[in-house]
Design a protein around this ligand. Structure first.
Ligand code: CTP
Ligand code: MG
Length: 160
């Protein structure tokens, strides 16, 4: 019989730096866009105005800080870098699909950063399939919850 409590605690402890990295840009982001205002071959923005240098860097710093507090700085850094790369890649795909910055793309918005985080950290801290599936299952709800809170606090314009 699977110990559900252990699975939940283990999975959330594992992914915490990634969640922190993903939330940080909402607080510390803004300013110069990562893509420097440049367009892709299709004439649409590479990433858009919502992916900023400050957001990207703060995500890596705050997520890595959380990893250091957990005593797993390398995994923390890789989870954070993965979160920011996955998040930016999600925006790249959204722009190609013609979705404007801030528009919603179900799954891509909630799972992109998570999967990239797990992939990047895998070589130093492999995660078992049960935990990966658990995180894929709960992250959309947690993501929605934190976004609604950020929206209510006036940190985020939209609640998705
Ligand atoms: N943010 C930022 N820099 C980043 C990522 C996010 O400044 N690298 C900030 C932006 O203010 C953004 C907010 O965090 O609006 C929420 O991020 P997210 O939901 O990922 O971006 P969206 O606004 O949905 O933009 P996109 O459509 O490009 O995903
Ligand atoms: Mg969004």
């Amino acid at each position: 019989m699977i110990d559900l409590t252990a699975l939940i605690m283990k999975s959330l402890w594992y992914i915490l730096p990634s969640y922190v990295a993903n939330m940080s840009p909402v607080i510390f982001g803004g300013g110069k866009p990562l893509d420097m205002g440049k367009n892709f071959l299709d004439g649409k923005r590479l990433l858009g105005d919502h992916k900023t240098v400050k957001g990207f860097v703060s995500g890596i710093l705050m997520g890595t800080l959380m990893g250091c507090l957990q005593g797993r700085s390398v995994a923390g850094f890789l989870l954070s870098l993965g979160a920011m790369l996955g998040d930016s890649f999600g925006s790249f795909i959204k722009r190609r699909m013609g979705i404007e910055a801030g528009g919603s793309a179900p799954l891509l918005d909630q799972e992109g950063f998570l999967i990239a985080s797990i992939l990047l950290a895998y070589p130093v801290e492999p995660l078992d399939l049960g935990s990966i599936l658990f995180l894929i299952a709960v992250t959309p709800a947690l993501h929605k919850g934190t976004n609604v809170i950020a929206h209510r606090l006036g940190l985020k314009g939209v609640d998705h």
